[in-house]
Design a protein around this ligand. Structure first.
Ligand code: MRU
Length: 351
């Protein structure tokens, strides 16, 4: 299994996703600041993986703290949480993770735990978040596999695989589960400009698993959706509003519109930790704007004339009317999402 991010006694180890597929390197990050920078610089990316990494970064920062009292540790902890929260704005899993670490810290303090105990409890909590993410992807896979027909061709955008999570993946987890259930599935992977998560990461993961994959440029998606060769679309999400609007990698919206136009189901696979019930609609989701250099250059080499301006919103919002179903780790939600998503939060976790 691909190891996206791992806790070790020496620090946090993560695969450097910027180098894939050419190089498979696993740097060891020894400080919380290194983890924060790794999230900002996309060493690690993908909503659930960002959440898991942030939790490990917080645990690492607190472990390294030289605070001489629990009160001092508390203020170090808060500073580390603030730093993690500033790394990337769109994926709500990051903020969910920080809140969960805050909850762990506060309950340890309420119980009168010593600094050493608090440090240990935060490491345990970060490891639990990691473990639960894999379990949640497995559950999502089971729910979602039922929606994939045998001999299906599935189109996906960006990377919502093992690399975007603690393991197995959300959208790719559904595809993996369908394959495990004996279905024959092939994938069309959008290359996903400008960071090329589809070309570099999705194609790499699927090829490793021997799941047939055809790489297409983003502009080809409409053509293939119209051609009758695609049975359904599955993507992940970075944040889903209470009404079912979905923020995901830039370009997802165009794919959803083209799928709708051609009567092809458009599925979103995401754990409940990606759903933000505090936001009524996708208009409220903060959209990260990244450096123009990611568009004008690839790995330091220019792909545009010098000094040309470039825009780089990292995500877009797909209105819920284009979303055929949202596959979560508690079950599958359909319209009206205002009620079906809330019902999933209130339902019992049947693992
Ligand atoms: O900018 P990224 O690579 O972090 O964006 C990732 C995506 O948009 C994924 O599709 C999303 O996080 C779902 S991951 C399971």
């Amino acid at each position: 299994m691909i190891k996206t991010v791992e806790w070790t006694d020496d620090g946090v180890v993560m695969i450097d996703q910027r180098l894939l597929p050419a190089e498979e390197l696993y740097p060891l990050l020894k400080t919380y600041e290194e983890v924060a920078r790794a999230i900002e610089d996309m060493v690690v990316r993908g909503a659930p993986a960002i959440g898991v990494s942030a939790a490990m970064g917080i645990a690492l920062g607190v472990k390294n703290s030289s605070a001489s009292s629990v009160e001092e540790l508390d203020s170090d902890f808060e500073r580390i949480c603030q730093r993690m929260s500033k790394t990337r704005p769109t994926a709500v899993n990051l903020f969910w993770s920080v809140e969960r670490m805050r909850w762990a810290f506060k309950s340890a303090r309420r119980e009168g735990a010593s600094s050493d105990d608090i440090k240990k409890r935060l490491i345990d909590e970060a490891q639990a978040i990691h473990r639960e993410d894999i379990e949640s992807n497995r559950r999502m896979g089971r729910f979602g596999a039922a929606l994939i027909p045998d001999q299906a061709t599935v189109l996906t955008h960006c990377n919502a695989g093992a690399l975007a999570t603690a393991g197995f993946g959300t959208a790719l987890g559904v595809i993996r589960a369908a394959v495990e259930a004996g279905k024959r599935v092939e994938v069309f992977a959008d290359e996903t400009r400008p960071f090329l998560q589809g070309a570099r990461l999705t194609a790499w993961e699927l090829a490793k698993d021997h799941i047939p994959v055809t790489l297409i440029t983003d502009g080809m998606a409409g053509h293939f959706l119209k051609s009758g060769r695609v049975d359904c679309v599955i993507v992940g999400a970075d944040r889903i509003a209470a009404n079912g609007d979905v923020a995901n990698k830039i370009g997802t919206y165009m794919v959803a519109v083209a799928a709708h136009e051609n009567n092809i189901p458009f599925y979103v696979a995401a754990p409940l930790t990606t759903i933000d019930l505090k936001l009524n609609s996708g208009d409220e989701i903060p959209i990260e704007s990244r450096s123009a250099a990611e568009v004008t250059h690839f790995r330091g080499n220019p792909v545009a004339p010098p000094d040309v301006g470039a825009a780089n919103p990292a995500f877009d919002v797909t209105p819920h009317r284009y979303v055929s179903a949202i596959i979560t780790d508690r079950g599958v939600a359909r319209e009206p999402y205002d009620t079906s998503l809330r019902a999933l939060f209130e339902s019992k976790d049947e693992g």
